[in-house]
Ligand binder design. Sequence first.
Ligand code: URA
Length: 261
Amino acid sequence: MLSAADSPPSSHEQLLRWYIEAGVDEAIAEIPTDRYAASRISADSAPASPSVPPPVQVATQPATSAHLAMDCRNLAELRTAMEAYDGCALKRTCQRTVFADGNPAAPVMLIGEAPGADEDRLGLPFVGASGKLLDRMLASIGLDRGSVYITNVVPWRPPGNRKPEPTEIELCLPFVERHIELVAPAILVFLGGAPASALLARQEAISRLRGRWLDYSSSRLARPIPAMPTYHPAYLLRTPLHKRDAWRDFLAIRKRLDAQS
Ligand code: URA
């Protein structure tokens, strides 16, 4: 209890002691105060320290096949980029990336559609039944795997040997385009409708495109490359009647090679 004689001291410290001795143990205002809310507001509105910049938000996007392919300066880098790429669903069902076979310094580059079961198992293009026919067709004009270079538009086997979907071809296109630029062959041979349509951007059937020299161009090639579309060997195995036309196409390839040498 305070007595009238107990006059309040003057300094703040003395005042506090005086309250405590007088029995005051808490300060209660007329209106309740939410101290938690007050401390949250002051933390949120505190200015950021000038020495700690706010974190930079970088959106990470998976590299596209076009970006990856463009950066490759040689065939080894292209192979590594294709093996590391996981933007194509075919990669999840196939066993390996079928890159190429033959001689990259050869004047002729042949491009097929996609690997089959044998190619997927061995990691090389055209090693199954259609590959055996292709080897005989090449031999008929004096060529073999040492004097040509072979790859496919799609380097991953479509499950069940189905045809690659247009979206799958589109994803793989930058890789095969870069492949052509790096090899820069004297002559291209497109085996079947898939490589012919994709690389020449033409919609006609292979029966209409085959047997004609057409220009393959790309902005990163010094000049267009003469390209000969012809039937795919797997098609010739099913329809041997068309072997006669394919034979003519291969003779035209031989003639052009002889004229260039
Ligand atoms: N068919 C293709 O188009 N490519 C191969 O590698 C094998 C079969």
